[in-house]
Design a protein around this ligand. Structure first.
Ligand code: PHE
Length: 337
């Protein structure tokens, strides 16, 4: 095809196009990567004379420009026609639009960012452990052998193959000890699962945050410092920390960590159920046997583990009355925060 022919053909096709889709096809056929114009351009080097190559190049480019202009004009024309058609139908183009839903970040996700940020500044690195876990990592290696009565502390969802949905984030402890060398500073903020009757305070799916710190001379003093620092950051300067002895098979000593109710400052109110304190976290010094299970010599190193339930913490802080709201995916809930 020569240059003049191709110009005539393209302009004809453009004139005939009756929709934007048609027009796009025409554009591709002529100006596309494998289109007529490129084809012509690629033939230029075959011309023997330098002058001819120059003339041909100029000619082809001017045709290209003409085609482009024609396409543009036709495009405008077709769009106008579309609008007119819409106009004629029952659609009122002057009515205000429906504004799109603006998303918001789920309160747990916001809190996760905050907690990660806080602890990463203290040198903790993020770790992950499986949700569907070997019995060993969730229980056995944490001093909770099969048939031991302490298993009653965790209502467990088992699979037929013996694995379980992890009941706590503590399944990361031995996994991380085996992967790393002291000093170890890891944290995890993630989902856990228990066989629960659901009610406003219990959900089969919930969240825990846990840190593990293994080094020389790790002490209850450091545990105290971490608890105090964190609870003050979240609940405000007025809160205080209280340790109570509490039994967890994988720490010794083990403690329950309470926070002074920031609303009544300990006097007792509706939020804390007249207690004056909230039970917030479980913690303790890592049991020597657990360190050994992780390949760490308890004569040289000690460790602390500290975990709490972000759901519960947020319920207190934000006045959320039902834990199930966190997991139901109702936008009206998420948008409030
Ligand atoms: N894993 C414990 C629980 O789910 C909490 C805990 C974490 C206790 C770390 C001690 C140390 O109840």
């Amino acid at each position: 095809m020569n240059v003049v022919e191709s110009e005539v053909k393209a302009l004809e096709e453009i004139a005939r196009a009756s929709s934007l889709a048609d027009l796009e096809e025409v554009r591709l056929r002529h100006l596309g990567r494998n289109g007529v114009i490129n084809q012509l351009l690629s033939e230029i080097p075959e011309l023997p004379r330098q002058e001819d190559r120059k003339t041909a190049g100029g000619l082809i480019n001017s045709v290209k420009e003409k085609i482009e202009n024609a396409l543009e004009e036709k495009d405008r024309e077709l769009k106008k026609k579309d609008l007119k058609e819409i106009d004629r139908s029952s659609f009122d183009i002057t009515s205000p639009g429906i504004s799109p839903h603006v998303g918001s970040i789920h309160p747990l996700t916001q809190f996760r960012e905050f907690v990660r940020d806080t602890f990463s500044r203290l040198g903790f690195e993020e770790a992950y452990a499986p949700h569907l876990e070997e019995d060993e990592y969730n229980f056995g290696l944490l001093n909770i052998p099969p048939d031991h009565p302490s298993r009653d502390l965790w209502d467990t969802l088992y699979l037929e193959d013996g694995r379980a949905m992890r009941t706590h984030t503590s399944n990361m402890q031995v996994r991380e000890m085996r992967r790393r060398k002291p000093p170890i500073r890891v944290m995890t903020f993630d989902r856990c699962f228990r066989y629960e009757n659901v009610d406003p305070h219990h959900s089969h799916t919930f969240t825990q945050f846990e840190v593990l710190y293994v080094d020389k001379d790790v002490s209850m003093g450091q545990l105290r410092f971490l608890s105090d620092l964190f609870l003050k950051l979240v609940l405000g300067e007025k809160t205080k920390t209280r340790f109570r002895p509490k039994y967890y098979p994988f720490v010794e000593p083990g403690v329950g960590v309470d926070a002074l109710c920031p609303f009544c400052e300990g006097k007792g109110c509706r939020v804390c159920g007249m207690e004056g304190w909230f039970e917030i976290a479980g913690a303790g010094l890592v049991h020597p046997q657990v360190l050994r299970n992780g390949g760490i010599d308890p004569k040289v190193y000690s460790g602390l583990a500290w975990g709490f339930g972000p759901d519960r913490m947020l319920m207190i802080k934000l006045g959320i009355e039902d834990i199930r709201y966190f997991y139901e995916g109702d936008l009206r809930f998420a948008k409030q925060f």
